[in-house]
Design a protein around this ligand. Sequence first.
Ligand code: SF4
Ligand code: FES
Length: 334
Amino acid sequence: MNFRPYALLAEVTYRCPLHCPYCSNPAMYPGGNELTTSEWQRVIDEAAALGVLQAGFSGGEPLLRPDLAQLIAHARQAGLYTNLITSSLGLDAKRAHELREAGLDSVQISFQAEEAVLADAIAGARAHEKKIAAARIAREAGLPLSTNVVLHRRNIDRLREIVAFAASLGAIRLELANVQYYGWAFLNRAQLLPTREQVHTARQIAEEEKARCREQMDIFYVLPDYYEDRPKPCMNGWGRRYLTVNAVGDTLPCPTASSIPGLRFENVRARSLAWIWSESESFQQFRGEDWMREPCRGCPERTRDFGGCRCQATLLTGDPANTDPVCGLSRIVP
Ligand code: SF4
Ligand code: FES
């Protein structure tokens, strides 16, 4: 089968001023050795040639790269839709204008909560008021604004307040994403995991708020895996739609695929993106259905959920080729 990537996630740096306990980009990565401007430009050109339609610039904190506007301009020239995924620390009016001029299509700012004391405690930095200011600056620069709040035990009871807060910022989209338990989140899961009752109430409130706000703002509620009966179609299937190039040039089928022991990731400094996409072992490993075992192998759901999440199967069962243990049909109890 011929797969074509749709989106490139460009993790242009690992550096970040925040210390969120659920981050999948923890300080386990060494600093330095980041791809240069010209290396990123080549990656962007190769992605466009492969058929990629959009590029998300992320990190770490992408605003820490002084050449960010240059990279965004390059992506726009290559015909890609560009999105900046940021904490917004470092976004002043001059920078916002520069990014807009470079052709940035949209910006997504993460918030930790709607209330400053809690938000700053979660972020491990005094950031909340700066983020509010940056959201206003982004809007004034004419950038369509999305917001993202990662939900966990400490903030999931505040959904109505969070929705009102996002609306007050003028966001056109609010992503409410229950923590995905990879990276630091997996290590910190005992303090992050909400109760089943919290999750149940939050889902009801999210549905109500989604209906109530639909004229003003799209609310996108990402379900919490651990309390579902079927897994999500993670990454829309391994090696089918997405590719991530990290700060040092390693290219991954999923941003957290490095949590899978034994997978070797090719680097754009040594290989073309086209070769990595179509030939590399890491992209081939769980692409399609050949790798599946029972019960996925004979399950009609496999064309919808692709057997769930490989990173989660690894973290909870120790074997990436197992059925995602979130699935009620999995025989493995983590
Ligand atoms: Fe999906 Fe596999 Fe569960 Fe079937 S058995 S629903 S394919 S995870
Ligand atoms: Fe990596 Fe699901 S998060 S495959």
